[in-house]
Design a binder for this molecule. Sequence first.
Ligand code: GAP
Length: 514
Amino acid sequence: MTQEELFKKLVAHSKEYGFIFPSSEIYDGLSAVYDYGQMGVELKNNIKKYWWDSMVKLNDNIVGIDAAIFMHPRTWEASGHVGAFNDPLIDNKDSKKRYRADVLIEDWLAKQDEKIAKEVEKARKRFGESFDEAMFLETNPRVAETRKKRDQVHERMAKALNDNDFDEIKRIIEDCEIVCPISGTRNWTEVRQFNLMFETKIGSVADGANTIYLRPETAQGIFVNFLNVQKTGRMKIPFGIAQIGKAFRNEIVARQFIFRMREFEQMEMQFFIRPGDEMRWYEHWKAFRMSWHKALGFGENHYRFHDHDKLAHYANAATDIEYEFPFGFKEVEGVHSRTDFDLGNHQKFSGRKIQYFDPETGESYVPYVVETSIGVDRMVLQVLSASYTEEKLEKEDRVVMKFPPALAPVKAAVLPLVKKDGLPELAHEVFDALKFDHVCQYDEKDSIGKRYRRQDAIGTPFCITVDHQSREDRTVTVRHRDTMAQERVTIDELPRLIDEEVSFRKLFRQIVNR
Ligand code: GAP
């Protein structure tokens, strides 16, 4: 199965089992907007809890807030979003399709990387154990030529984006002979800037309504509350403020399911520090956030850092944490050193003094900020992609979502073997013993095999079967999702066993011990 086929199956599975639906589907959906179903919302809430607790519980100097989506419009002038939150877009005149110009070039670069990787694989097979990859990359003329061209284009793109040189971006597209994937032609318009913020009105039109924006990032809600939190919480630098909430961007290219949406959720943490300390904290948060991802056990080699070619208008250092999705390595999270850009500008635009008196140095200053910013939906997609598994069993196939137990939407399913002989009553007793602490399902329909398959498809780590023996000795069988191994345990032991396995404790221990 190709990665593309796998991804299509994942999208279909997400809908079939109540994880993710297209928004307003009965009206044919709305581009790049999705709804979370009964399983999706549980998964998403668990991801949010994993993030929230890892910030505010594991770090005694981080607190959380929940700011409004609507903010004073001057906020977005101060933050630079009105002037600089733009993407370069280009249209193909034949297909009338619109693209992000930088994404067209990035896709071309990715194709060159694939070409090189294929040549390396071919050579590895040909030369066997004596193969020296580094030497091959340097000396094979075809590969060396492709690498040289790739690196040149990469460098030109980075410079053009930093200089906002749109003529150069168009020239790169022409020089690389990039064609429209729909029309196959190179009949391109000029490259133009497009602001990604959604506008709306506050107040009635008769009163003279004001234009406001749907926030494109949650971070600004944290910056404008810096003094409120610092003073009321008596916080001392270094300290952080965490927030989870909706953000909105009018993305030009919306694709790859929930990877790039127009309405999405972010989990952001702004860490306030002394000026000059930013590189130390930048490295600290890079390492901490990478450990958070890796603790989930999806494989160390599926992650990498990717330093930004074009720094956002507020940053002096920035990197992405990328995960290897079925469609390649893509950004899941950003770690940005934002200097004093935001607090400094809010001070200027609001006319309020936004400074911190440092009792250790006896100085007042505008704090610097290192932020970590991750998309909840991208994280959901990471977890779905990493967990989706097809397995051949002796008599049938199964699709099993191998979620880390702490993230699984349903923790345990309670299944009476038959619908009689007092087994449903005892199964309800087991269900009641677990339901205060965990999302569980009770299921008595169909054969036990079919019920197992249904739980595998939604990733339930434990199936608890109540049979005739249960009535005699108050024991049940616990079937483990991944190994399908079964063990017999007493009903009294169950809550402790499930608690231990599905708790976030194991993940947190890994993060702090790394
Ligand atoms: N406050 C900094 C900030 O917003 P960003 O790199 O633009 O930085 C941070 O966004 C994260 O938000 C990204 O790494 C991604 O996970 C998520 N994100 C951004 N745009 C998104 C979109 N259109 N759909 C889904 N997630 C998105």
